[in-house]
Design a protein around this ligand. Structure first.
Ligand code: SAM
Ligand code: SF4
Ligand code: SF4
Length: 329
């Protein structure tokens, strides 16, 4: 180990995180890669075991943070903080992002995977085997802080999804968050909802079959809401199941559709909801957002409060609200 100061600027992801991407092994999916480099462990990754060579690369990146050499793409990241980090004292992981396939059983009009070439979409690898070896070698620290976020593509249809989540459940991994289309009812998710180790976020973005099909371009409206009910019935705590509405200009941006979505929320017994605005629209606005979108966000917030539902604003909507100083709605 080289020189390690008592305290230095770093984040949980560099300290003890791993991000399984379709073609790369990284640390996180945050940062601003458009302004500079963003730490990657292996550029062309295909599920190779994490051996001494890879640990060496990880240590070298951690050391750069300890030396105060922060990559441009990490500067201004809200996860950076000065602390007494322990990641250079021991090789271990307790934070995971798992998104090693872009395949999906939905075809959402707004999704970035629409632009992913088919040969990349078809690519995946066995991340279960990588995790299993890490568990066997005691390289995964199962503290209450440990967390794994599953994204994609559609995580519940990763070929190794059930094996991975079951492995983590058996090893008492405490927090797994699954972002899902809700189309496939996963038995390990049901199991983890019962034990309290898994939570799930589903974004139907609509309250009617017509609008659902316009956004998702698959015929799964009834299935998704039936699966939401099954997940709610299994959950140890109602906060483990969150259902989201992404407001998409000219598609679902009207109070009638939002009301129909709220009717289904109430009927399904959902107590935790989330709201966002479509990200491509958000970035194209360059900070100038329409009154109509603000009006709809406030409307969703008011309806949630009146129905005693807990509401969370996701990134883009949260930033819109911050701009007008109303992030504490
Ligand atoms: C890319 S998805 C992958 C996981 C899963 N298939 C899903 O849809 O939940 C991760 C999250 O990003 C959200 N998302 C994807 N594209 C978006 C967009 N253009 N605007 C806002 N949210 C988006 C999804 O709703 C989901 O919560
Ligand atoms: S500082 Fe931010 S962008 Fe950089 S690795 Fe950490 S979480 Fe990711
Ligand atoms: S369900 Fe998720 S990954 Fe699939 S198309 Fe929709 S946003 Fe993209």
């Amino acid at each position: 180990m080289q020189n390690v100061p008592q305290e230095y600027y770093c984040c949980e992801w560099i300290n003890s995180g791993l991000h399984f991407q379709t073609t790369r092994l990284g640390f996180c999916c945050y940062g601003n890669q458009s302004i500079g480099d963003h730490p990657t462990v292996v550029e062309d990754y295909n599920g190779e075991p994490i051996d001494e060579n890879i640990f060496g690369k990880i240590r070298a990146i951690k050391q750069k943070f300890a030396d105060g050499d922060i990559p441009e793409g990490c500067k201004n990241c809200s996860y950076l903080r000065k602390s007494n980090w322990d990641g250079l004292k021991e090789d271990y992981f307790d934070h995971f992002m798992i998104g090693h396939s872009q395949k999906c059983n939905s075809r959402c009009i707004y999704c970035f995977t629409n632009d992913v070439p088919e040969d990349i979409k078809d690519r995946t690898y066995n991340a279960y085997a990588v995790l299993k070896k890490l568990f066997d070698e005691n390289k995964i620290r199962v503290s209450p802080m440990a967390c794994a976020v599953f994204l994609g593509g559609e995580p519940t249809i990763f070929p190794d999804f059930e094996d991975m989540t079951n492995l983590m459940l058996e090893n008492n991994f405490p927090n797994m968050k699954i972002h899902s289309s809700g189309i496939y009812l996963s038995s390990s998710v049901l199991k983890g909802l019962k034990t309290g180790q898994i939570s799930i976020v589903i974004s139907p973005d609509s309250g009617s079959r017509e609008v659902y099909e316009q956004i998702k371009r698959v015929d799964c409206f009834d299935k998704v809401w039936a699966n939401i009910k099954s997940y709610i019935a299994a959950a140890k705590d109602e906060k483990q199941v969150m259902v989201k509405y992404i407001v998409i200009p000219d598609v679902n941006d009207n109070k009638e559709e939002i009301d129909r979505w709220f009717d289904l929320i109430v009927e399904s017994g959902v107590k935790y909801i989330a709201c966002d605005v479509e990200q491509n629209w958000f970035y194209n606005c360059n900070g100038e957002y329409s009154d109509k979108m603000y009006d709809l966000i406030y409307y969703i917030n008011d309806r949630a409060k009146n129905l005693a539902l807990n509401i969370e604003f996701y990134t883009a909507a949260e930033r819109m609200l911050k701009k007008v100083g109303e992030n504490d709605l």
